[in-house]
Design a protein around this ligand. Structure first.
Ligand code: GLN
Length: 241
């Protein structure tokens, strides 16, 4: 049996508005843990609005906080045309919110064609310029020298316990080999330049491993682990002066 999920007033209002004839059925679906965001179809993310469907991960508060932290760290460059990439972009929420708040030349990379279709729509909806590329970061090299690299890759290990609602999300956006560390290992080993900033969203137990690994590749960088709003280790930042 599942615990019946409670909906907030605003979500009920939005479901009634979008599904005037069968909203009660939709509410039942949400009570059985189906993500309400997929039914409503969009979420607010910083000062952008992001369309979501079952082909993309639902943007998390932690990821919004990651973008806020990145924007703070690059504040002094924000009017420059720096080259920015979001690896494993999914809905495009990171790349699009960075493009909306800076003058960076933004790229988003993902392996999923279906996710990139959502990202392209989000780019138009938010009227920003981002180049989205279909690429498998695990097998392809990073040829471009990016100034700023941000990634919220899949980082959950296959044996970890997860929230019931993630069952409906694309599993390739959530899980990774090597206890969830594979993408961090691949990305760090493929960066050939010294970017001003590399920023990762990470699993709460992965900080020390990723920090030590980053020290091998970027011995002169400042490498820090930062916490999310729940006080859990959630980010690694690798910064070059
Ligand atoms: N933080 C997400 C979750 O717990 C996982 C996101 C990710 O793997 N990048 O569902």
């Amino acid at each position: 049996m599942f615990n019946k999920k409670t909906l907030i007033e605003e979500d009920i209002r939005l479901l009634k508005e979008k599904y005037p004839d069968n909203w009660e059925e939709k509410i039942k679906k949400v009570q059985k843990n189906y993500p309400v965001q997929y039914l409503i179809g969009n979420v607010d993310f910083l000062n952008t609005n992001i369309l979501v469907n079952e082909n993309v991960l639902i943007p998390r508060f932690e990821t919004e906080y990651l973008v806020e932290k990145v924007l703070k760290k690059v504040e002094k460059f924000k009017n420059h045309n720096l080259k920015f990439v979001d690896i494993c972009t999914g809905s495009g929420c990171i790349a699009i919110s960075i493009a909306k708040n800076t003058n960076f030349l933004c790229t988003g990379i993902d392996i999923s064609k279906e996710a990139l279709e959502v990202a392209e729509k989000n780019k138009c909806l938010n009227k920003v310029s981002v180049t989205f590329l279909k690429q498998d970061i695990l097998t392809k090299e990073i040829l471009e020298s990016y100034d700023i690299i941000v990634s919220n890759p899949p980082y959950i290990g296959y044996t970890e316990e997860v929230d019931e609602t993630t069952r409906y999300e694309p599993q390739i956006a959530l899980y990774a080999e090597n206890n969830g560390l594979l993408f961090f290992e691949a990305i760090l080993s493929k960066i050939k330049n010294k970017p001003k900033l590399i920023a990762f969203e990470i699993g709460e137990t992965q900080g020390t491993y990723i920090q030590n690994l980053a020290r091998i590749f970027f011995s002169t960088a400042k490498i820090t682990i930062e916490k999310d709003l729940c006080g859990k280790d959630r980010y690694v930042f690798i910064e070059h002066e």
